[in-house]
Design a protein around this ligand. Structure first.
Ligand SMILES: Nc1ncnc2c1ncn2[C@@H]1O[C@H](COP(=O)(O)OP(=O)(O)OP(=O)(O)O)[C@@H](O)[C@H]1O
Length: 309
């Protein structure tokens, strides 16, 4: 069936001794979609990806990848996956193109096919002019792009990306997002983990929010924001070490207020109107900022904590 899900997990569990890293999650990934696991460090995202990637056996529940069971069909599944691990595992002493050739040969592709494919992928990764450079001195962004290119050598049905832009500077992240957008447009099914809400908003058609091994919400970025937040947020900073003390002052202005260490977040439909009310009450915040709600607000609402400490 062309539209049957590529990944189906039901009650999926991963334990390490007594510790439950993934605590019974249900997930379905459909062909052509870009699906994300969003959550803070330790939420269980990588453990889930490693089970999907058939390198770590589930401790409970069921998992099907490409209609097969990782327990019995690991090699067949892996042959149709592209994997971009959290840490680049490139062969740093080889050249850029040699890294792709080695991988292609590993998948048993004929030399001529590998060379042709490597050429296309270097183009895609914007590394053509670096083809014969040794990997070691390349920038973090280039290494990441090469790792993605390497993950595409076998023309996979699903590309798994674990924290694709962690550790990259903003410009390198944007270049990488652009490349991943292109893959998305070409219909490659992407499954990624991230603790960056902006990355999830940019790249994911649909995502699950994970916390402490569980899924706490699921939907498109837009749906999640509409469900768990107001459209706008008014951020107020006061001259105090204890923003909770200012709660009474803003009573009734917002649908909901979150107290952070250094500011209050007022969840409102109309940020400017709320700001006007703050001024009318004679409150004198050090700063006031109106912004659109993000997935960070969704996470804060669901868990009471920030995504990134
Ligand atoms: N091999 C292991 N042995 C013991 N505990 C582990 C192992 N791998 C992961 N864990 C623990 O399981 C929990 C979930 O880890 P996991 O790496 O899946 O989280 P994550 O959401 O991907 O976060 P990160 O971005 O930090 O990788 C963490 O508390 C981690 O310490």
């Amino acid at each position: 069936m062309p539209d049957s899900p590529l990944i189906v997990a039901r009650g999926l569990v991963k334990r390490f001794g007594d510790f439950v890293a993934v605590d019974g999650i249900d997930v379905e990934v459909r062909p052509g979609e870009s699906f994300g696991f969003l959550g803070p460090n330790g939420a269980g995202k990588s453990s889930t990806m490693r089970m999907i990637g058939c390198v770590s056996p589930p401790s409970g529940g069921t998992l099907q990848v490409l209609g097969m069971d990782p327990a019995t069909d690991g090699p067949r599944i892996r042959a149709r996956l592209g994997v971009v691990p959290q840490r680049d595992s490139l062969d740093e002493e080889l050249t850029v193109e040699e890294n792709l050739w080695v991988y292609g040969r590993y998948f048993g592709l004929p030399r001529a096919v590998v060379q042709e494919r490597a050429k296309e992928l270097l183009e895609f990764a914007q590394l053509t002019d670096r083809a014969s450079s040794i990997v070691e001195p390349l920038s973090g962004g280039m290494k990441r792009r090469l790792t993605i290119a390497r993950g595409l050598v076998n023309t996979p049905d699903i590309l798994l990306l674990d924290e694709p832009t962690t550790g990259l500077d903003p410009q390198a992240r944007h270049v990488l997002w652009d490349r991943l957008f292109r893959l998305k447009r070409e219909g490659v099914t992407l499954v990624l983990t991230t603790h960056y809400m902006d990355e999830a908003e940019q790249l994911c058609d649909r995502l699950v929010v994970m916390d402490r091994g569980r899924i706490v919400a699921e939907g498109s970025p837009r749906e999640l924001i509409d469900t768990y937040s107001t459209r706008e947020v008014l951020e107020l900073r006061f001259d105090t070490d204890d923003h909770a003390h200012r709660l009474g002052d803003v009573d009734g202005i917002a649908d909901r207020v979150e107290v952070l260490a250094d500011r209050l977040l007022l969840y409102v439909r109309d940020g400017e109107a709320a700001h006007a009310e703050v001024l009318r009450r004679g409150l004198e915040p050090l700063s006031a900022l109106v912004r659109r709600a993000t997935l960070e607000d969704v996470f804060l609402h669901l868990t009471g904590r920030s995504l990134v400490d």
